[in-house]
Ligand binder design. Structure first.
Ligand code: TYD
Length: 210
């Protein structure tokens, strides 16, 4: 396989799903794979490490406190606007593959679960954020997700509550579109990765599956 394949325009691939589905691990493995076959990959995640991302992480560790749902929604939107301007749009213009761990479908599902209209959230985001070429919704059983959250970290964030994540998951279930692929997260890591690579290979016109 030739190295450093130059794309005229980049591709944006987003990984979504509730907490504890192994998204971040899959994102890292996918980046390794794409780099190994010669693509230039930019790996991003939202919330970012920027100023809005820090406000968001404070809510995650300390609870929502007196932050209103409207403010919380605004934090995520502002964080994404910055990410699009500073990272996503420039990388796509340079013909790179952008792999993003969470994107505006997370806002639609998580802040939608607070009572905002998920469809409106998607519309508002698509006014400034490019729609991904591929959107993976990685989802398995809630029990397995909670087991992974418990294993992976010291404790649960303020969003990682069963009733809330159930609502979030139900909203993820409503998303539809040609760019959306649902991937079962319960099988072993390698199997989930194979499923992702198959879809990415199809997008890029690649034959390799390993
Ligand atoms: P997460 O990807 O779990 O980050 P970390 O691995 O650093 O904990 O994201 C943090 C939380 O933020 C997660 O529970 C989902 C939530 N979230 C939203 O509620 N709305 C959004 O728009 C995004 C991007 C994330």
């Amino acid at each position: 396989m030739e190295k450093a394949m130059k794309l005229d325009r980049g591709y944006l691939i987003a990984l979504e799903g509730i907490d504890g589905t192994g998204k971040s691990t899959q994102c890292a493995l996918l980046a390794d794979y794409l780099e190994s076959v010669g693509y230039s990959v930019v790996r991003l995640r939202e919330p970012t490490q920027g100023v809005w991302g820090h406000k968001i992480r404070k809510i995650l560790t300390e609870g929502r406190g007196d932050v209103t749902p409207e403010e919380e929604l605004l934090f995520f939107i502002n964080d994404r606007k910055e990410d699009v301007e500073q990272n996503i749009a420039p990388a796509l213009e340079q013909g790179k593959i952008v792999l993003i761990d969470r994107y505006y479908y997370s806002t639609a599902a998580y802040q939608g679960a607070l009572g905002f209209d998920p469809v409106k959230i998607i519309d508002d985001n698509e006014a400034f954020a490019p729609r991904p070429n591929l959107l993976f919704i990685i989802q398995g059983s809630l029990d397995e997700s909670f087991r992974r959250i418990e294993q992976g970290r010291d404790g649960f964030s303020s969003f990682e509550k069963r009733g809330y994540l159930e609502k979030v998951r139900n909203i993820f279930d409503t998303f539809a579109g040609d760019h959306i692929r649902r991937i079962d997260s319960d099988p072993p890591v390698e199997e989930v990765q194979q499923a992702l690579r198959q879809e990415v290979n199809a997008l890029l016109g690649l034959k390799e599956t390993s």
